[in-house]
Ligand binder design. Structure first.
Ligand code: IMP
Ligand code: MG
Length: 190
């Protein structure tokens, strides 16, 4: 009989991960969101803006469920924390490549936690004269929300206040490639 070793699993079958949503559940929900956006944005000038890097997986799946003429663009931001508490200061690391004046913008996010990153992003993009700005997030973690006013227009799943990885979400850069979303059971084993 073979002995069990620490290497006896792959990244995707890592026993330190507890599955929250599998690939099929995510796909079903993303299809529903895409269908809703397709209905809501008929005749509009849609630009889907992905917030790198976390939203890349969600955004590229979502865009293939939007059956409309549309464009995509990307931003990268760094949110600064004072210890573990978000300060709300957001630095633009990478800006959009094209103006959004007159456009109907949907910002695609992986997860909304305190909401401060998106609050700043929406405020910034508002100054550029878009026709509208809405928010699509795969995951919504409402418990730690600081900006309670932030309106989430399209939401994949509402989740409890736990740190999740996979499907674009990372811990220290790892696990973005997981096809499912899960919770790291014991962070000290990473
Ligand atoms: P907020 O400004 O607190 O809403 O920050 C949202 C950002 O924090 C997300 O775009 C993620 O990059 C990161 N984040 C928040 N919660 C999680 C989590 O559970 N897993 C991975 N990243 C997270
Ligand atoms: Mg992010």
């Amino acid at each position: 009989m073979e002995t069990q070793t620490a290497q006896d699993h792959t990244e995707f079958s890592n026993p330190n991960l507890e599955k929250m949503f599998d690939a099929e559940e995510i796909s079903t929900r993303v299809k529903e969101l895409g269908k809703q956006i397709t209905e809501d944005y008929k005749g509009k000038d849609l630009v889907l803006v992905g917030v790198l890097k976390g939203s890349a997986v969600f955004m590229t799946d979502l865009m293939r469920e939007i059956d409309l003429p549309m464009e995509i663009d990307f931003m990268a931001v760094a949110s600064y924390k004072d210890g573990t508490v978000s300060t709300g200061d957001v630095e633009i690391i990478k800006d959009l490549m094209k103006p959004i004046r007159g456009k109907d913008v949907i910002i695609a996010e992986d997860i909304i936690d305190t909401g401060l990153t998106l609050t700043h992003l929406v405020d910034l993009l508002e100054t550029r004269g878009p026709n509208s700005i809405k928010i699509a997030t795969l995951l919504d973690k409402p418990e730690p929300r600081i900006n309670k006013e932030l309106k989430v227009d399209y939401r994949g799943f509402t989740i409890p206040n736990r740190f999740v990885v996979g499907y674009g979400l990372d811990v220290g850069g790892r696990f973005r490639n997981l096809p499912f979303i899960g919770v790291v059971k014991d962070p000290s084993l990473l």
